[in-house]
Structure formats: C-alpha cells, structure tokens
Design a binder for this molecule. Structure first.
Ligand SMILES: CC(C)[C@H](C(=O)O)[C@@H](O)C(=O)O
Ligand code: SF4
Length: 429
C-alpha cells in the first residue's frame, strides 16, 4: 500500500527527520531545504472534514489520488452533539462511501490511537493529519505532522506534500523513572525545559534508549507539539515494535554526527510526579506543591493518556476506593480496542465501582465541545495535553494536566493528591 520509503544516499550525517524526508528518488535533504515528498497516509478528523471536502471538490475538483492512503476519523464530537455536527458527519460518511477512503466512525476512537492500532503509521512513513497532535506517530518513528484543511486536501489530491525540512532538537532522557513517576511526567518536564514555543517548526528527536513502551512513546511524541514542534520522533529502541508487527528499517536511526540546533538532557531519576498548571502547558510544577487544591472534575482519557495501561494505572489507584463526594471522575478510553481490553480484564468494572462515569471512545471534553465541559470557576485535573483558557468549557475554568495515577488519586481525595497520600482513603484491597 505504500512506496519504498528508504532514503536517498546522503553525503553527510542526517537526523531522523532529514532521513525520513529524503525519500528515495529525491535528493537527500537537510534542515532548511524544501522537500516534496510522497505521503503514506493522510488523516482527516471530523471537525475538519467539511472544509477538507469543500477544498477537494469545490476548490480542487479532485478525487483522492490514493483513496487507501486517506482516513477520516469521527472522534472529536462523537456521537454528534448538535444537528449541524450530525450533518457534517453525515457528509463525511457520504464522502467516504463515494471516494473509497477509509472511515472510522463514531466510537472507534481518537484518530491518533486508531491510526496506530490499524498500522496506518509505520516506521519511516510520512503521515499528515488535520490535527496538531499528529506528532504522536513519531512514537513508531513515523514523521507525523499536523496541517490545515488546504494542505491536507492538496496531499490527498496529489499524493504528495511539500515542506521545509525542520531543524532538530536532540532530547536525551537518561536514568530511570522512580516508582509512581510516569512517561507523562517526563513529557511535561520535557515541555517545561523546551518551553511552549521552544521548538517551533523543529523536529524534537527523543533519545531514550530502550526505555518506554509504545504507548509511553506516544505520550512523549504527542506532547512535542506543545513546544511548537513540527514532529516528535522517538528513536526506536528495545522491543517497542515487535508486538506491533512492523520492522524498524536500519536507515531510520539518526546518524552519529547529525546536526542539532539544541541538545537537552533530562535525568528521569530526578523527576517527581509533575503537573502543568493553568494556562500554559510549559508551566510545570511538582504535584507535591499543589496538593490540597479542591477539584470539581477529573478527566482520564485522550490521545495523550487514554490507553489501556493508563486506565489500568488509574484502576490500580481506585481499586476498593470511591471518588470523593463533590468530585466527578470521567473516564473515556482512547479507542474501542482499549475499551474492549479494559472490559475484558475488569479495569472498567473497577473504575465504574469506584464511581467513574464512563464515556464513548473519542476525544470527550478534551477540547470543550461536549461530554463534560466545565462551568465558570471549576477546576479540572486532566490527563490531556492542553490547559489553555477556555479549552474545556468556560474561560474561567482551570485545567491542570497530570498523569493517570495522579488524576486517579485526585479523584479519590477530591483535591490534588498523589497516590501515596491515599492511605486514609483505602477501605480494602
Ligand atoms: C480539532 C483539531 C483540529 C484540534 C487540533 O488540531 O489539535 C484538536 O484535536 C485539539 O487538540 O485542539
Ligand atoms: S484527544 Fe484532545 S488533543 Fe487528542 S486529538 Fe482529541 S481533542 Fe485533540
């Protein structure tokens, strides 16, 4: 279903981004060059589908060049919340039926999670999404990036895109996380160090050796866009791709001597659970400093932390305990597969018994469109990736970003808390 992605021979060492964008048949490219590249997969989300279809049919008068390389995912407001949303989704379904592009309908899950599960992002691929968190595909060494409806339509119509090859920032993660500290904490710390605009139009190349599972790598790559990054590429390591079924081609690894604009090191062993406080993602503090703040809603889910391991981590904290009176806990699995796994192993039952409200796989209230938006003055602890003003509802609501374990502990305590604070709340094992 795709072309030979291996790169043209290069005359000097290349970063991962430079390698992936040096498609065979083109000249080898380096940061600053313009590259015209074949695109392996184009992803369109529900919120953008209508303008995508308009660009394709009205402006370009074009059909998708390779329908099998285009996927539409109905995930952001799913099931539909209003008649106009329902109408837009109906048009997206009709478009998919008419053109033969893939459609993942209501309930299948969040675009990034679904594409990964379906093997529509693979090592060395170039994946364009109409969604900023398309950097997530870097978890499996795919160059994933977000673009607007026009660029996405041009890519679908021509099978190609053009982009300036980004400079790369090298982020090296050393040491080992302490118990109770997760990849989310490492990702938040990375954004703090990079800064909210610190990697604008750059590729964040994450060197973590054999650390981190594929899901954890998704969390790291997902957050990269919060530093403005064009892509977030995690250098493959360990066993991450063996259960995924795709080989990592040798050529994908960055060359020793490749040029980076900035190099950063983070000592994982020095990290405590972290939290991003309103209203900037890079405003990151230790959870311990924030303990005790009363919380109205806790949201566990999203493309950042709605995977099975995240739900299990939350269930581990909530088992035998109850969500505090006066606090709501909303749990939304990232995909139908995650939901099935969480049903099979009892994770959902544990969460439900603890008092969680379970939602349909999808984005949920992450961007404030439905299913749990916040009232003025409310405080939410969320496992998502953005805490901007008004992001989840009213502009006077406040959002704190954290790991699933911290979110779960907070739900039990009714105030910002760490799992270790819950001794007083544990009735049974
Ligand atoms: C709706 C979509 C275009 C948007 C994005 O680009 O990221 C959303 O997913 C978000 O997280 O804000
Ligand atoms: S879960 Fe949130 S961040 Fe992820 S794609 Fe959906 S709205 Fe965007």
């Amino acid at each position: 279903m795709t072309m030979d992605a291996s790169p043209s021979p290069a005359s000097r060492p290349q970063t991962m981004a430079e390698k992936i964008l040096s498609r065979r048949g083109n000249a080898a490219v380096y940061a600053g060059d313009l590259a015209v590249v074949e695109v392996d997969q184009v992803m369109v989300v529900d919120s953008i589908a209508q303008s995508f279809i308009e660009r394709m049919e009205r402006d370009l008068g074009a059909e998708p060049k390779y329908p099998e390389r285009v996927s539409i995912v109905i995930d952001h407001v799913a099931p539909a919340s209003t008649v106009s949303v329902a109408q837009a989704q109906k048009e997206a379904r009709e478009y998919a039926a008419r053109t033969g592009v893939r459609l993942f309908d209501v309930g299948r899950g969040i675009c990034h999670q679904v594409l990964m599960e379906e093997g529509l992002a693979r090592p060395g691929w170039i994946v364009l999404g109409s969604d900023s968190h398309s950097t997530t595909y870097g978890a499996v060494a795919a160059f994933g990036t977000g673009m607007g409806a026009t660029d996405i339509a041009l890519a679908a119509a021509s099978g190609k895109t053009w982009l300036k090859v980004p400079q790369s920032v090298k982020v090296t993660l050393r040491g080992e996380l302490r118990p109770g500290v997760s990849a989310k904490d490492a990702a938040l710390e990375m954004i703090r160090v990079l800064g909210a605009d610190g990697a604008t139009y750059q590729s964040v190349e994450i060197h973590a050796g054999e650390r981190f599972t594929r899901g954890e790598r998704m969390t790291l790559a997902n957050l990269c866009v919060e530093a403005g990054a064009k892509a977030g590429l995690v250098v493959p390591g360990g066993e991450i791709l063996t259960d995924y079924g795709y080989d990592v081609p040798e050529w994908v690894y960055p060359d020793p001597g490749a040029r980076y604009v900035r190099e950063i090191e983070i000592d994982l062993g020095a990290l405590a659970p972290r939290m991003s406080v309103p209203s900037e993602v890079d405003n990151v503090h230790d959870v311990a400093e924030l303990r005790g703040l009363k919380v109205d809603q806790v949201f566990i889910g999203t493309c950042t932390n709605g995977r099975i391991e995240d739900l299990r981590e939350a269930a581990g904290v909530l088992r035998g305990r109850r969500v505090a009176a006066g606090t709501r806990l909303l749990v939304i699995p990232a995909s139908s597969r995650v939901m099935e796994e969480a049903m099979e192993d009892g994770t959902l039952l544990t969460l439900q018994r603890a008092g969680a409200v379970l939602g349909t796989p999808g984005c949920g209230p992450c961007m404030g469109r439905h299913q749990g938006v916040l009232a003025p003055g409310e405080v939410c602890v969320s496992t998502s990736n953005r805490n901007f003003i008004g992001r989840m509802g009213d502009k006077d609501a406040r959002i704190y970003l954290a790991s699933p374990a911290v979110a779960a502990a907070t739900a039990v305590a009714g105030q910002i808390a760490l799992p270790e604070d819950l001794a007083a709340y544990s009735p049974s094992a």
